[in-house]
Design a protein around this ligand. Structure first.
Ligand code: ATP
Ligand code: MG
Length: 170
């Protein structure tokens, strides 16, 4: 796990650009956090950094929006806030949004947790002050190390925590 202090919206966007150049398809990235913690802000900037032009609207009503990145990759942005578990989630066309050439971002992933494969990268955002947020990122060891290095280079404050026994997350 790595922790990041995001002192402003600009820093959240900075983290997005650090992530954008380090993600490769196929990847499933979940973004969790309370309302207004910056999930859409983060994903939107990743999409921009990967070459998406034009409006990038929050998929809170449409559930999903799909784009193409500059390397031809598919980029899917899902917001499952309005999707309930059970039948709703069973009927959702998950396969349309996953694939070898896709990077899939999921806000509010809980409704899909029974149907979605395990995430490759998990980001958790938390309110800190009205304008700052705390982020926790979980990925494989190499990805975490690479993101931590990139974030430090971008002058973000990074804390690395080992997954100690009895720690707060598995
Ligand atoms: N450090 C910060 N990082 C990200 N957003 C911030 C920060 N400080 C303030 N904000 C503001 O918080 C809001 C975050 O909105 P955003 O839509 O990205 O959140 P969200 O987590 O996607 O919310 P929702 O759960 O409704 O989808 C924006 O208005 C943004 O400007
Ligand atoms: Mg959102």
């Amino acid at each position: 796990m790595i922790g990041l202090a995001l002192a402003s919206t600009a820093q959240t966007r900075k983290l997005a650009r650090v992530l954008a150049v380090r993600l490769r398809p196929p990847a499933l990235v979940t973004v969790e956090g309370d309302l207004g913690t910056g999930k859409t802000t983060l994903v939107r900037e990743i999409l921009r950094a990967r070459g998406v032009r034009g409006a990038i609207t929050s998929p809170s009503f449409t559930l999903a929006q799909s784009y193409r990145g500059r390397e031809g990759e598919r980029l899917h942005h899902l917001d499952l806030y309005r999707l309930s578990r059970g039948v709703d989630a069973e009927l959702f066309a998950w396969d349309d949004y996953l694939g070898e050439d896709a990077i899939t971002f999921v806000e509010w992933p809980a409704a899909g947790s029974d149907a979605l494969p395990p995430a490759d990268v998990r980001v958790e955002l938390e309110h800190h002050t009205p304008t700052s947020r705390l982020a926790r990122l979980f990925g494989d060891e190499r990805f975490e190390a690479d993101v931590a290095a990139g974030a430090e280079e971008a002058r973000l404050t990074v804390t690395r925590e080992s997954r100690a026994p009895g720690g707060e997350r598995p």
